[in-house]
Design a binder for this molecule. Structure first.
Ligand SMILES: *[C@@H]1O[C@H](CO)[C@@H](O)[C@H](O)[C@H]1NC(C)=O
Ligand SMILES: *[C@@H]1O[C@H](CO)[C@@H](O)[C@H](O)[C@H]1NC(C)=O
Ligand SMILES: *[C@@H]1O[C@H](CO)[C@@H](O)[C@H](O)[C@H]1NC(C)=O
Ligand SMILES: *[C@@H]1O[C@H](CO)[C@@H](O)[C@H](O)[C@H]1NC(C)=O
Length: 563
């Protein structure tokens, strides 16, 4: 890594953009379609949406962060962190109320008393300052397009401001700020505005329906209207629909499907945070909590995958300081689910800090991938961890590799690797994973070899005699994420990871009741894969940490040129 870094600095000084060569080449033939549960491109090849949410729906109605960094720098950071898409939020009134949409960026900030942000925009994005806020929104979409970033336009709320509560009058059709006809007008306006903008690949029609007015009759009535309106104004975009109760519930669709005039363009979005279930993760046994919450989520929304619809997890995320136990346990569980189902997703959030959120100027976003200055990565270990989820494991048209298994370790985002026959099995990039198979006899096989338990605290082995109990691996515990086997004296052991990331077997931990322990290191998922994928993302992610230094070099170079 060190060598690479100095080469990087050297090339940066020469003004060579090394990120360009590191990025995955994004060859997506737009527009996108759906093919059963998958999102595919114009050639029928799977496109996995690995998005990050970029808020632009708060009081200013301006994409956050533009006072901290030039829009093009932010777009490039998004790509270099491995995301291929942005869920870009907008408030309805931006599109329906000209006295809001047509005020300039400067006026918007002035009316909120955000003079410091104005100075920041003057420095970082001077050309935006006197544009109407609706045009500033278009400029950001355009810049994302220039950087090969796909965009989901997300109608997040009606009245600009932080979202969401049951009492904010923006929750459901008929609420004070949620007139269904005005909503359809706004959707139509945005769909029309971006008809022909090829990187706008989808529109999510309304974020997190909620509150006392919720009912399924109105859901069908207005969601169908909204979907048809968007589709006729812009037949290229995917239409993404939210469920009830903060986008957690689609249970009603199990018995009564939607009735739309178009096909191949409909997807659903689900939201799932740790705090969706209060403090359940912290206060319960992680295996039991993971098991029961996942089965709930499958019953309320995940079942749509089996019915042949894409389900995009458009909000999830954690406090990246790593100190929130509730979030940390949830993360290990959700990573397992996201890998197993190979979900499309959008992380909350890109934001390092907000211009103004809930009355606080410059509020830090602990769930944001960028730091307060929108300069470096808040926590690069988090980006490395989720990088395996940024590329598809399976889906139509990806490669000719045979269907096989990889053994994914959610706590690290890595997979079990065989380095050589002489070295212990270890964790490494899923991109380098061997092609495992998992038989009906519960054996985990590589060609001519099987995974074996050798003893408590000892490395798991690859052997050739595969009919003993120590070659049988059963997914146990309520989470079904412990892989357990029996050693020769009959003791049950579980696959685990030691401090050097070697694969060992230990006593199975936290199987029941215990709320204090964290089974994360023993959680694995056997995941279907058809890809032998090449990924440079991890390398890029590590380098990104130094992007602030990169800015300093840029400043130094300008000085140098002047001399
Ligand atoms: C448009 O927004 C302005 C400013 O918030 C507000 O005073 C006005 O009532 C809104 N107009 C409509 C038609 O909602
Ligand atoms: C959207 O753009 C397409 C061309 O991409 C055009 O054929 C169609 O008429 C446009 N639709 C509307 C409603 O403007
Ligand atoms: C679906 O909608 C069409 C009109 O768009 C209508 O003719 C048809 O009866 C509806 N089907 C169902 C099952 O409601
Ligand atoms: C990043 O996350 C890890 C793991 O959750 C945590 O241990 C670490 O302290 C975090 N680093 C920072 C800078 O917040």
């Amino acid at each position: 890594m060190k060598n690479h870094l100095s080469i990087f600095i050297f090339l940066s000084i020469l003004g060579i953009n090394i990120f360009g060569s590191l990025q995955r080449s994004v060859v997506v033939a737009l527009p996108l379609y759906t093919s059963s549960r998958w999102i595919v491109d114009d050639e029928g090849k799977r496109v996995k949406l690995a998005c990050v949410n970029w808020p632009s729906h708060l009081e200013t109605m301006v994409a956050e962060g533009l006072s901290k960094q030039p829009v093009d720098v932010i777009s490039k950071k998004i790509i270099s962190m491995g995301f291929n898409c942005v869920r870009f939020t907008w408030p309805l009134f931006l599109a329906t109320n000209d006295s809001l949409g047509l005020i300039t960026v400067k006026q918007s900030f002035q009316s909120l008393g955000l003079s410091e942000s104005i100075s920041g925009i003057k420095v970082n994005n001077p050309s935006l300052l006197d544009l109407p806020v609706i045009q500033a929104y278009q400029v950001v979409v355009k810049n994302l397009g220039d950087n090969n970033v796909m965009v989901i336009l997300d109608n997040h709320i009606s009245k600009p401001g932080w979202c969401c509560s049951n009492y904010d009058d923006n929750g459901f059709f008929g609420d004070k700020y949620f007139d269904p006809n005005l909503w359809i007008k706004g959707l139509t306006r945005m769909a029309t505005m971006f008809n022909g903008t090829s990187n706008v690949v989808a529109m999510s029609l309304r974020n997190e329906l909620r509150g006392s007015k919720q009912n399924t009759n109105d859901w069908y009535r207005y969601m169908q209207k909204g979907a048809e309106a968007v589709h006729s104004a812009n037949p290229n975009v995917l239409v993404i629909l939210s469920g009830l109760n903060y986008d957690k519930d689609f249970g009603f669709l199990a018995t009564k499907p939607l009735n739309l005039t178009f096909t191949g363009k409909l997807a659903f979005e689900l939201h799932w945070y740790a705090f969706s279930d209060g403090k359940a993760w912290e206060n319960g046994n992680a295996n039991q909590v993971c098991g029961s919450i996942v089965s709930n989520i499958m019953r309320r929304g995940g079942f749509l995958l089996d019915q042949g619809w894409p389900v995009i997890m458009t909000e999830w995320g954690i406090d990246q300081r790593g100190t929130n136990v509730n979030d940390n346990r949830y993360l290990n569980c959700i990573m397992g689910v996201a890998a197993e189902l190979d979900l499309d997703w959008a992380l909350w959030t890109l934001t390092g800090s907000y211009y103004l959120r809930e009355g606080v100027m410059g509020m830090d976003e602990t769930y944001g991938v960028l730091d307060w200055n929108w300069c470096g990565i808040r926590n690069s270990s988090f980006i490395e961890k989720i990088s395996a989820l940024q590329t598809p494991f399976q889906g139509p048209g990806l490669s000719n590799a045979k269907l096989h298994k990889v053994i994914f370790h959610p706590a690290t985002g890595l997979c079990i690797l065989k380095k050589s026959l002489l070295e212990p099995l270890t964790l490494g990039s899923c991109a380098d994973s061997d092609a495992w198979s998992y038989t009906e006899q519960q054996q985990l096989l590589l060609p001519y070899l099987c995974l074996q338990a050798d003893g408590l605290g000892k490395p798991a082995k690859l052997g050739i005699i595969c009919n003993n109990n120590n070659s049988k691996w059963e997914a146990i515990s309520d989470s079904k994420m412990h892989l357990s086997s029996k050693i020769s004296n009959g003791t049950t052991v579980c696959l685990d990871v030691d401090s050097s990331n070697n694969i060992i077997t230990n006593s199975c931990s936290c199987l029941k009741l215990d709320r204090t322990c964290d089974p994360g290191s023993q959680w694995f998922k056997i995941v279907n894969s058809t890809t032998i994928f090449q990924s440079n993302i991890q390398v890029a992610a590590v380098w990104m940490t130094n992007s602030c230094m990169d800015d300093k070099i840029a400043i130094w170079m300008t000085k140098f040129k002047k001399q």
